[in-house]
Design a protein around this ligand. Structure first.
Ligand SMILES: Cc1cc2nc3c(=O)[nH]c(=O)nc-3n(C[C@H](O)[C@H](O)[C@H](O)COP(=O)(O)OP(=O)(O)OC[C@H]3O[C@@H](n4cnc5c(N)ncnc54)[C@H](O)[C@@H]3O)c2cc1C
Length: 256
């Protein structure tokens, strides 16, 4: 990413980092400051600019990575023959790309080069207010726009598959049998640049504590939601005595 950013001139960098030219001019930044800001800031394009609840927006790239780390299922939004299609699918990521994979027969993965929209959602709980109007959700979510690159080189595909596998099930790449040449050929692997993305989060209690509804005497607060891995269930076809590998057992009962 640093290499790509270093190719931009001062104006292009300012456009990437700031919402408006006025804001850019107010900031007295050296080219090195700009480069550093561009590397950590999330883009603010016409598409990713939050129009509602701007206070919930997060501008740091690390916030994007934190949301991506917290989940492994995303929703891929594509347009096929003029009709929107939103497909749940697993992902992996590195600093620069989100990786999605699937069958070569999968229509959502094999559209001609066109912009897609991917969302990642983590639900942290319900926000139960005095009024139904103020009910909400505590969440962390990310939205990524981009034109996917189809990885054709088998080594690039393998590396991206490793990234997806290790994101979903750390330790499994070195444990399970790796894809054969035939299996690799049957797999489409997409890399979506993490350059145009937004992050939105909500946390904390309801917003109506200081409204007239507080006098209603109703309970209000948060109902947190946590997902947790459960004890592994062995395949009944396993030969007796086949041990659960440590990387799976540990995940189901993380150390305190
Ligand atoms: C689990 C969950 C449940 C929600 N339930 C509701 C609901 O019931 N009603 C409701 O109105 N809203 C809900 N939201 C918020 C919703 O996702 C939108 O942020 C909000 O509705 C504003 O939508 P908009 O069309 O006005 O987006 P705009 O503000 O016009 O979107 C502009 C840009 O902002 C960014 N953006 C917008 N929303 C998000 C987001 N959630 N995450 C990351 N980037 C974003 C995108 O880049 C988008 O292109 C929920 C969010 C989550 C995660």
């Amino acid at each position: 990413m640093q290499t790509k950013l270093a190719q931009l001139d001062d104006i292009e960098l300012r456009e990437l980092v700031f919402d408006s030219p006025e804001q850019a001019l107010r900031m007295d930044l050296t080219p090195q400051d700009l480069l550093e800001k561009a590397m950590t800031a999330l883009s603010s394009t016409e598409r990713t600019k939050l129009r509602r609840s701007k206070d919930k927006g997060r501008e740091d790239r690390d916030d994007l990575y934190a949301v991506l780390r917290a989940a492994f299922v995303c929703h891929l939004g594509v347009t096929i023959d003029g009709t929107p299609m939103v497909v749940p699918t697993v992902y992996g990521f590195d600093d620069d790309y989100l990786y999605l994979h699937g069958s070569v027969a999968s229509r959502s993965l094999t559209q001609p080069a066109a912009t897609v929209c991917v969302t990642v959602t983590v639900v942290d709980g319900l926000v139960l207010a005095r009024s139904l109007f103020e009910h909400s959700i505590n969440y962390r979510s990310a939205m990524i726009y981009g034109v996917p690159q189809v990885l054709a080189d088998p080594w690039d595909k393998l590396d991206a598959l490793r990234i997806v596998t290790e994101h979903v099930t750390p330790g499994q790449w070195n444990y399970a049998r790796r894809p054969s040449t035939k299996e690799l050929a049957a797999t489409t692997m997409l890399a979506i640049p993490l350059t145009e993305a937004s992050v939105k989060t909500r946390g904390g209690p309801p917003d109506d504590a200081d409204s007239p509804d507080a006098a209603l005497g109703l309970w209000a607060g948060e109902l947190p939601l946590r997902s947790a891995w459960q004890k592994p269930v062995p395949d009944p076809a396993l030969p007796a005595g086949t041990e659960v590998p440590a990387h799976i057992a540990q995940r189901a009962s993380p150390s305190p």
